[in-house]
Design a binder for this molecule. Structure first.
Ligand SMILES: Nc1ncnc2c1ncn2[C@@H]1O[C@H](COP(=O)(O)OP(=O)(O)OP(=O)(O)O)[C@@H](O)[C@H]1O
Length: 257
């Protein structure tokens, strides 16, 4: 059986009188692509926020590699191997693509202030390694040729690729993607699927929130379904697509193509 990298137990988030997430259990296993689906407002982004330390749960526990982390901040979660992209792109528009990635990469350097101020040989070597890593990831994401362009000059699809590359700079074991294909054409969605598979093939688990059912159904090993903050189903894409409750709550009513 695959190792469980992230385990959320009975996690709840309450905003005022609203349970955005209510008593949800989630396991993320090594090497899997886990899909999270549900209607608008079902609690998907809030759950990702909890799993990445951006939102403290009102109740429940989260473990990473068997250690409890419910009170850790987002940057501590990044250091523990949890990376993410956002529904609303969060890049620095006035910086170049490579500069945006270098910011993520510096989280992993062990160089001290003296190294930075003195620009020591050790510092320069580290800088070179980070730059090489950034270029390798940009190539993987198919945007190596855009490295020196400002973010503001890129298309939506290219920006989303940069966001994923930046998340990969922190060397995550688990990468959480919040609607990475929003606004994509069918062709761009196909390319996104290939990209996510190539990330998983590098040994990184992927948690994917996505409304595009073609993307989710073709990629996910397992899917959990949220509705009104609660988990109403957890299974393979086939099981989910045949689940009466899921069809009623989500698949039956809207166009998710
Ligand atoms: N910071 C907040 N303060 C108050 N209410 C919030 C906050 N964030 C989210 N909510 C509410 O919590 C519920 C779940 O929101 P969330 O964004 O997690 O849903 P979602 O499934 O990601 O939706 P969508 O598919 O539209 O992105 C919604 O009713 C939302 O309005």
């Amino acid at each position: 059986m695959s190792k469980i990298l992230v385990k959320a137990e009975q996690v709840s988030v309450k905003f005022g009188g609203l349970w955005a997430v209510k008593k949800v259990d989630v396991d993320v296993k090594a090497g899997e692509i886990l899909g999270i689906i549900g209607p608008n407002g079902a609690g998907k982004s809030t759950l990702l926020n909890v799993l990445t330390g951006l939102q403290r749960p009102s109740a429940g526990q989260i473990q990473i590699d068997n250690g409890y982390v419910s009170k850790k901040d987002a940057w501590q979660m990044v250091k523990m191997g949890i990376g993410r992209s956002f529904q609303t792109i969060r890049l620095l528009n006035e910086l170049t693509v490579i500069e945006n990635l270098l910011i993520g990469g510096h989280l992993y350097t062990k160089r001290g202030l003296l190294d930075v101020l003195g620009r020591t040989v050790r510092w320069r070597k580290t800088e070179q390694q980070i730059t090489n890593k950034a270029m390798e990831l940009l190539q993987l994401l198919g945007i190596g040729h855009k490295a020196q362009e400002e973010i503001s000059a890129l298309s939506l699809e290219e920006r989303r690729r940069v966001e994923i590359a930046r998340a990969l700079m922190t060397r995550p074991k688990v990468l959480l993607l919040d609607e990475p294909g929003a606004g994509f054409s069918p062709q761009e969605s196909d390319q996104l699927c290939e990209l996510i598979l190539s990330i998983r093939n590098r040994g990184i688990s992927v948690v994917l929130v996505e409304h595009n059912m073609k993307v989710i159904m073709s990629l996910a090993d397992r899917i959990i379904v949220l509705d009104h903050g609660q988990k109403i189903a957890d299974g393979t894409p086939k099981e989910i697509s045949e689940d009466e409750l899921v069809i009623r709550a989500y698949l039956g009513g809207e166009d998710h193509a």
